[in-house]
Design a protein around this ligand. Structure first.
Ligand SMILES: Cc1cc2nc3c(=O)[nH]c(=O)nc-3n(C[C@H](O)[C@H](O)[C@H](O)COP(=O)(O)OP(=O)(O)OC[C@H]3O[C@@H](n4cnc5c(N)ncnc54)[C@H](O)[C@@H]3O)c2cc1C
Ligand code: FES
Length: 239
């Protein structure tokens, strides 16, 4: 086993489908919805840790939902209970604490941060309503779990989940997923004047604002997705 500074322990790592995994780690934290962690379970190579959104959190554990796309996520997928992993601290901003009628729209592994977002926004006793829209390319995953933290779950497999969303029915929309999906959603929200917040994904190196790897063009000039985001008002990044 590689010795990594600040090691946490994997509690479970479950394969959900061919390339989706859900991993729970024992790690004291105060993560907020929309934040991410830089993970590594290896020594010198690959050089960079990999960013994953917080899917769920309590003060003692963090849960990550991830898709294997390359070497880093493949190494993460091979971890089992008891293995060591470095998760660092919670990074980035958070989804705003919106209220009222909320739609959450996730595409692919972009559904990951919306679980904690809905759980956080729907406080017991709050009249806030969350309708969850989850789009998948191959098969729907975790829909029963998302139903426990939201009012309704609408899924789409192989099509465009954005076609199912009527922004005029909502006070605010939160989204995470492929950029093309979030741009299409922005077009709809703009027409109806509905506020949209998006969680942006850029390649990252340091994760804390020191390297500019994650720089992104915004209406306010170039910003760093790792510290100024990953959550942005959609009009800042898509205008
Ligand atoms: C803030 C943030 C939150 C994220 N949250 C999650 C999450 O919750 N779950 C999850 O599965 N993934 C998430 N990602 C994406 C994840 O970080 C990448 O898939 C991962 O770093 C790829 O590492 P790898 O070594 O497996 O693949 P690599 O070998 O580095 O790359 C394999 C392929 O994936 C592409 N790729 C790598 N990183 C990204 C990226 N950031 N965006 C788009 N394409 C990429 C590469 O271009 C290449 O084609 C997040 C990314 C960011 C920036
Ligand atoms: S990843 Fe280094 S500045 Fe954002």
């Amino acid at each position: 086993m590689t010795d990594i500074a600040g090691m946490s322990k994997v509690l479970s790592n479950i394969r959900l489908s061919r390339d989706f995994f859900i991993m729970r780690v024992a790690a004291p934290n105060s993560a907020r919805m929309g934040q991410f962690h830089m993970l590594r379970s290896w020594g010198a190579y690959p050089l960079l840790s990999r960013p994953l959104s917080v899917h769920d959190a309590d003060p003692e554990t963090l849960t990550f939902l991830f898709r294997t796309v390359g070497q880093g996520t493949k190494l993460l997928s091979e971890l089992g209970a008891g293995d060591g992993i470095s998760v660092g601290r919670s990074l980035g901003n958070a989804f705003p604490a919106v209220e009222g009628k909320i739609a959450m729209v996730g595409g692919g592994v972009g559904i990951a941060p919306l679980y904690l977002a809905s759980k956080s926004i729907k406080n017991p006793g709050s009249p806030t309503r969350v309708d969850m829209y989850l789009g998948f390319s191959d098969e729907a995953l975790l829909t029963d779990e998302y139903a426990k933290v939201s009012d309704t779950v609408v899924t789409d497999v192989g099509g465009f989940i954005t076609d199912r969303v009527a922004p005029e029915n909502y006070d605010c929309v939160l989204s995470c997923g492929p950029e093309a999906m979030m741009r299409a959603l922005y077009g709809k929200c703009k027409r109806t004047g509905t506020k949209l917040y998006v969680s942006m994904e850029k390649r990252m190196a340091c994760g804390f604002g020191a390297c500019l790897a994650c720089s992104c063009k915004t209406t306010g000039g170039r910003k760093k997705v790792c510290v100024d985001g990953p959550v942005f008002p959609a009009e800042e990044v898509f205008e």
